[in-house]
Ligand binder design. Structure first.
Ligand SMILES: Nc1ncnc2c1ncn2[C@@H]1O[C@H](COP(=O)(O)OP(=O)(O)OP(=O)(O)O)[C@@H](O)[C@H]1O
Length: 368
């Protein structure tokens, strides 16, 4: 199996171990020292003048491996440590302890070599020249990386086709809207065909159409070129479209590292089935049988009103026909719908459930 097949998900989790590691992170920790915060009057000024410091452990002893050709999503709440992790993976920050190896090298020590191997996009910050037209910025980036003219033309055409750059190639970067600027940044980041692409919140603030373009472009790089992708985002839809694997960071530690499918499956049991039926035909018998708390097939009724019943579904796929058959024995079913749990809801529930992450990680481990 090659990196492209892997990126398209044509493998099973264990097969990915055959691929060479692209990024190896071992016991990585980053601490920041910052002035101890003051409260009360003139707190900001008093914090600024403070002479005592506190240590913030932004990343706390994390270890993981990303294989060549993988697309890995990194999620977590604000301040969880995602950006700090990306900065250490790209060599921007040196770790307090632990190691990062990018294709076998320390990215903070081998900055030049690392720059050749990686592309980086920060959604909140541009790496382009503010006063230059976009196309001149791209030419400069290509020059810095020593991209030969034929490759530059090919990669620019590839980016133009998917990201739709032609309308604003001659516009100075400072005049670009956020969506256009991010597309320009993404095009610049991959002109030199990096083996690994780091994207830190690339879709933040983008409209749906622009977000689709950005994700489609990254998907094509990962699927067709086998580019390894590490993406941090608050938008879980991006991860669902791009990645098979997700790493959840919580308070600087890895709370979950496994497949998106497993993450969703863990809470499949939270799906609900809503059945609408002919209340007149069902009469009193209907409201008694479909009352909240009763079981229907393998499901449990969570809500009932005349003519409408909502049932919590178990994980098994065969549950729905059995429930419908049971309702159908008593009355005429007129409509039905299933509320699938979005990854967003799943993550919210994991955060809200004590021991939720641990249970999930244990289930993931048992599957391997
Ligand atoms: N340069 C710094 N100096 C001091 N503290 C920092 C610095 N950079 C980050 N931190 C702290 O480290 C913790 C992790 O921050 P980080 O930016 O990595 O989180 P994040 O998961 O990327 O959050 P967000 O989703 O809001 O971007 C936070 O408590 C943050 O305040």
């Amino acid at each position: 199996m090659n990196a492209r097949q892997h990126a398209r998900g044509e493998d099973v989790p264990n097969d990915s171990e055959e691929l060479p590691p692209s990024i190896e992170v071992r016991n990585l920790t980053k601490e920041f020292r910052r002035p101890r915060r003051r409260s009360g009057r003139f707190a900001a000024v008093r914090t600024l003048l403070a002479t005592d410091h506190e240590v913030v452990r932004a990343v706390d002893d994390i270890s993981f491996t990303v294989r060549a050709g993988e697309a890995v999503g990194c999620i977590g709440s604000n301040g969880a440590g995602k950006s700090t992790t990306i900065k250490m993976l790209t060599g921007v920050l040196a770790p307090t302890s632990g190691t990062v190896r990018l294709d076998g090298r320390d990215p903070a020590g081998a900055r030049k070599e690392t720059a050749r191997r990686i592309g980086v996009v920060f959604g909140q910050r541009s790496q382009l020249w503010w006063d230059l037209p976009l196309v001149e910025s791209l030419e400069l980036v290509a020059d810095i990386h020593g991209v030969e003219p034929a490759r530059y033309r090919r990669n620019l055409a590839r980016a133009e086709a998917v990201l739709g750059l032609s309308d604003f190639l001659t516009t100075p970067v400072r005049q670009l809207s956020l969506g256009r600027r991010v597309r320009g940044d993404l095009a610049a980041a991959v002109l030199h065909d990096p083996a690994v692409l780091f994207l830190d919140e690339p879709t933040i603030g983008l409209d749906v159409h622009t977000r689709d373009r950005v994700i489609d472009f990254v998907r094509s790089l990962n699927g067709e070129q086998g580019t390894t992708v590490v993406l941090t985002t608050h938008d879980l839809a991006d991860i669902e479209r791009l990645c098979r694997r997700v790493i959840l960071i919580d308070a600087g530690s890895i709370a979950y590292d496994g497949t998106v499918t497993r993450l969703k499956a863990a809470y499949r049991a939270r799906r609900t089935l809503t059945v609408t039926y002919d209340a007149v035909e069902a009469g009193d018998a209907g409201s008694a049988v479909f009352a909240a708390g009763r079981t229907l097939g393998e499901g449990t009724v969570v809500e009932a009103s005349p003519g409408r019943v909502r049932v919590a579904l178990p994980a098994s796929a065969s549950a729905v026909p059995a429930i419908l058959a049971e309702v159908g024995q008593r009355c005429a079913v007129t409509d039905l719908s299933i509320d699938e749990n979005s990854l967003e809801n799943v993550v919210k529930e994991l955060y809200a459930t004590e021991g939720g992450f641990e249970a999930l990680a244990a289930a993931e481990g048992a599957d391997r």
